[in-house]
Design a protein around this ligand. Sequence first.
Ligand SMILES: [Fe+2]
Ligand SMILES: [Fe+2]
Length: 285
Amino acid sequence: MPVITQSHSPDDLDFSPRRKSFNLEEVLASDWHGGGAYRTAWFNAMSLLFPLGEKFFIDSVCHFLDEIEDPKLRQEIASFRAQESTHRLQHQKYNELLCKLRDYDLDRFEKNERERMAWAYRELPARRRLAGTVANEHLTAIMANDMLSNQDVFNDVDPEIARLWEWHGVEETEHKAVAFDVFLAVGGTVSERRQALLLNSFFFFKDTLRNVCIMLQKDGKLWSIREWASGFKFLFIKPGMLRRVIPAWFSFFRKDFHPWQDDNRQLIDAWEKRQDHSPAADHSH
Ligand SMILES: [Fe+2]
Ligand SMILES: [Fe+2]
């Protein structure tokens, strides 16, 4: 029987979920990102989008499982699913703790995202939902790449919470092409994924900013020019985590784009090495 190749990841790429736990009890009560309210709210706002988002990603990929024959890609889907499930769980814990400690309303943060997903399930064909997932996985992969390669996004940050973001970034790097390869295998088109990136980038910003505003308002800092200026500087100037990902964002529009054209596995290895030497190395296995 001929073996069908549907995975376009490097042959020796092998990944599986890591069991991790994080003690965030103290840190989440504070403006943990170097005392900056805006920067803290920005990361908290992204975390708030993950549990629902990652459920959507898993569902849209697994919907097509029957159409995937390549055992390598099937194995990658299983690992993708396991990794995203662990991310969901850890970020759900993060979000619940955050809301408890800072007296935020979790439902309110998730409302828009929940409604939009209900709309996507109702109105969009499965391949469009998968295109949305491919686009979102590109966004997470390029931010993870930036974070892991520059290692300046979490300066002045409690090491435990930095550890959670880095761990998530590493696994996003490992599985960055899974949704993409499934999308190719089921006949997804270049224009579908291009549109999806435009749309999903817009909603990612809209939802994140909305949550930032809700948090700043609750903390009495919504109208603080200082906080907005410091947040803007952090995102776009120095270190400029969003400015720096712009070229990688555009690369997705190339016709022949594939996530592993940028083979950045050295970042995973470097992270693994740092874990071995770190006093906070996880011993929960
Ligand atoms: Fe994830
Ligand atoms: Fe992911």
